[in-house]
Design a binder for this molecule. Structure first.
Ligand code: MN
Length: 226
């Protein structure tokens, strides 16, 4: 269809290292409770299976931009995460072939209105308002990748002080398993991003904070809460 009754929304784009073209974001899937120590600090049971939730594609905050402190919260939290960028889609992808669907990796922060999330958990309500708000998904440039998945250090600091410090190898479900499992719940397609979960040490942010994150071998990101 060539015509629209209103202007179509712009495609959210994440830059790719070494490329002039960007990565168009189709959808953002996120994994919850994927590091044992974080699962425990959130009050979860270590035997709970990891869960998926989503953010809208336009929640991405590309590198070089700051993130607005969102409304209706007094407890905005940072969650540093390895992000998978899907290059080729599919359904029912096997674990053994899952990494072949990965275009690259990035460093992301799953910003969370923790007070709204806790209230939703208490009442059995959905997490959309807690997780899928505007500018809730800061992300670094994507690094193209072939070969074994990243397993190195993952960390986040606020105003130069370390808050989260772990290793990606400690994920309960690794990238291949996450991609495989996601493809059994949804048809994955090029442009999908998967935030793979955060390690322990999540905590509050206030306006003016400088957030810096890194995943070893993947990249760095830095933004302010404004
Ligand atoms: Mn998260």
């Amino acid at each position: 269809m060539a015509d629209f009754v209103i202007a179509p929304p712009p495609v959210p784009v994440v830059p790719v290292e070494g490329e002039t073209g960007g990565f168009p974001v189709r959808r953002i899937l996120c994994v919850g409770r994927n590091y044992t120590a974080h699962r425990i600090e959130m009050g979860g049971d270590d035997r709970d299976p990891p869960i998926f939730f989503t953010k809208p594609a336009d929640a991405v905050v590309p590198p070089g931009r700051d993130a607005a402190y969102p409304p209706r919260t007094n407890d905005l939290h940072h969650e540093i995460e390895l992000v998978v960028a899907i290059g080729t889609g599919g359904t029912d992808i096997a674990v053994e072939t899952a990494l072949g669907h990965v275009y690259g990796y990035a460093v992301g922060v799953d910003l969370t209105r923790r007070d709204l999330q806790n209230a939703a958990k208490d009442k059995g309500y959905p997490w959309d308002a807690a997780k899928g708000f505007d500018e809730s998904a800061p992300i670094s440039a994507i690094r193209r990748w072939n070969g074994p998945e990243p397993v190195g250090r993952i960390g986040l600091s606020v105003n130069g002080k370390s808050r989260q410090n772990a290793v990606v190898a400690d994920m309960i479900w690794n990238v291949a398993e996450i991609v495989s499992e996601a493809s059994k719940l949804w048809t994955l397609a090029p442009g999908d991003l998967i935030y793979t979960g955060t390690p322990e040490g999540v905590g509050p942010l206030v306006r003016g904070d400088l957030v810096e994150g890194e995943v070893e071998g993947v990249g760095k990101l830095a933004f302010r809460i404004v």
